[in-house]
Design a protein around this ligand. Structure first.
Ligand SMILES: *Cc1c(COP(=O)(O)O)cnc(C)c1O
Length: 390
C-alpha cells in the first residue's frame, strides 16, 4: 500500500470514521482500466465488465468510460448496469439459473446477448420472447472440459461442473434451436473459472474454441461473436509488486491462438482483474489474545465483510498500518469477531508487534469483497471510501 493511501486511511480513522470500511484507490483503478483499454484496442477486442466482482455505483461510474460493455448474472445486475449508463446493447446475460422474471427484464431491455446453458433454458427464453413478439440474440455457453488449475470452488469449465453445454450435447441443442424461431444464435461463450494466473489454461481454451468453431463451420453456421469469458487472476501475494495484471500478455495470447473469421468479434468478461487490487478492507484490532502456538489478533472486520478466506481458503495480504513493517515480526492468527471457526483471515501471519487499536489493511479486496457482504450476526454493512474524495 502506498504512503499516500496509508496516511489518508490513518487520517480517516483518527478523525473518528468507524471501522471496518472498504477503501478504494481510484487512481490505481483508472490506470488498470487504461491498460485494459489500450491492450484490448490493439486487436479490436471487446471487454465487458463482470458486475458481480464489484457493483458499487462509484466503481461502475469509473469503469464506464473505459469498458462500455457489461456482463451480468442477474436481472438486478442488468438494471444496475443500465442505471449506471451501460448500454443495453452491450450487456451479456450469463447464469445457469435465469428466472422468468429476469429473462423478461433482459428481453424488455433488448440486451446484446443471452449466454444460454441448457436446452430447457433455450425453450423458456424462446417462449418468453414469443409472448413479447421479439427475436432475441443468444450465445451457447459451451463447457470446454478444461481444468483451470484454480480452487475447485471457482473452476467452472469441467464436465462435472453445473455450467454450460457439453460438446456431445451440441447436435441435440442445434436440432432444438431449429424449432425455436424467436431465438437467433449469434455466438458461443466460454468461462473456465476464476483467479487463473497461469496462461496455459487460456491457451487450451483457444484451441478448444477453434475446434468448436470448425464444427459450426462444417454445419455452415456463421457466428458473429466468440466470448471467452473472464478469469484472469491477480497477484494476491504481492499486490504492490504487481498491482496491474499482465493484460498485454493475456490479450496477445488470444490474438495469437484463436482463429477468428472475418467480421467475427472476440469478447471478454473481466471482473477480478479489473477491480481486485484497488480495494482494501480496513479494520481495527479489537483484542490480542494469547493462543497455544500463535497469538490471535481479533479484528472488528470478519467474514461478513470479506468471505473469500472462509469460502475459498483464499489468501489476502494483511498489513498493520499503525506501525512500520518489522522483518523480525511475530506470527499471529488474524481472525474476525463472527461466531464461526472459519472466520479467519490468515494463520501465522507475520506482523510487527500488534496491539489493540492498530489499523489493519486486508489487501486486494476490490473484487468479490463488498459484493459478498452479509449481515450475519445482525452486523451493519461496512461503508466504502474512495481516494478521489479524500
Ligand atoms: C464470474 C464471471 C466472470 C468474471 O470472472 P472473473 O474471474 O472475475 O474475471 C465472467 N463471466 C462469467 C460468465 C462469470 O460467471
Amino acid at each position: 500500500m502506498n504512503n499516500q493511501d496509508i496516511s489518508v486511511i490513518r487520517e480517516l480513522v483518527a478523525g473518528g470514521t468507524p471501522t471496518p470500511f472498504y477503501y478504494y484507490n481510484m487512481e490505481l483503478l483508472r490506470k488498470t482500466l487504461q491498460e485494459i483499454q489500450q491492450q484490448a484496442l490493439k486487436y479490436g477486442f471487446e471487454v465487458h465488465y463482470a458486475l458481480k466482482a464489484n457493483s458499487n455505483d462509484r466503481i461502475l461510474q469509473k469503469i464506464l468510460p473505459y469498458l462500455s460493455g457489461a456482463d451480468c448474472v442477474s436481472g438486478n445486475e442488468i438494471k444496475k448496469a443500465i442505471e449506471n449508463g451501460f448500454k443495453a446493447e452491450k450487456i451479456a446475460f450469463a447464469g445457469v439459473g435465469k428466472s422468468d422474471r429476469e429473462i423478461d427484464i433482459a428481453i424488455d431491455e433488448d440486451i446484446f446477448c443471452f449466454n444460454c446453458e441448457s436446452i430447457q433454458e433455450l425453450e423458456v427464453i424462446n417462449e418468453r420472447a414469443f409472448l413479447k413478439q421479439k427475436i432475441v440474440r443468444i450465445a451457447l455457453r459451451m463447457n470446454p472440459g478444461i481444468n483451470a488449475n484454480t480452487h475447485h470452488y471457482i473452476t467452472t469449465g469441467l464436465e462435472e461442473n453445473k455450467f454450460g453445454i457439453n460438446r456431445w450435447e451440441l447436435d441435440k441443442v442445434m436440432l432444438t434451436l431449429q424449432k425455436l424461431p424467436n431465438l437467433k444464435l449469434t455466438g458461443i461463450h466460454f468461462h473456465i473459472g476464476s483467479q487463473i494466473t497461469d496462461l496455459m489454461p487460456f491457451r487450451s481454451l483457444c484451441l478448444k474454441v477453434n475446434e468448436i468453431q470448425e464444427w459450426f463451420d462444417n454445419q455452415h453456421i456463421n457466428l458473429e461473436h466468440i466470448n471467452v469469458g473472464g478469469g484472469l487472476g491477480v497477484n494476491y501475494e504481492q499486490p504492490d509488486v504487481e498491482n496491474i495484471p499482465d493484460f498485454a500478455a493475456y490479450f496477445k495470447l488470444f490474438h495469437d491462438f484463436i482463429y477468428l473469421k472475418p467480421n467475427q468479434k472476440l469478447h471478454f468478461e473481466l471482473g477480478r482483474s479489473v477491480v481486485a487490487q484497488c480495494g482494501s478492507l480496513i479494520s481495527k484490532v479489537l483484542y490480542v489474545k494469547e493462543g497455544i502456538k500463535t497469538n490471535f489478533v481479533i479484528l472488528d472486520a470478519g467474514m461478513t465483510e470479506l468471505i473469500r478466506p472462509a469460502l475459498y481458503q483464499s489468501y489476502h495480504k494483511i498489513e498493520n498500518l499503525s506501525v512500520p513493517p518489522d522483518e523480525n515480526g511475530f506470527a499471529y492468527d488474524v481472525v474476525g469477531p463472527i461466531c464461526e471457526s472459519s472466520d479467519c483471515f490468515g494463520k501465522a501471519v507475520s506482523l510487527p508487534l500488534t496491539k489493540r487499536g492498530d489499523i489493519i489493511a486486508i489487501r486486494s479486496t476490490g473484487a468479490y469483497g463488498e459484493v459478498m457482504a452479509s449481515q450475519y450476526n445482525l452486523r451493519d454493512l461496512a461503508p466504502s471510501f474512495f481516494s478521489d474524495d479524500l
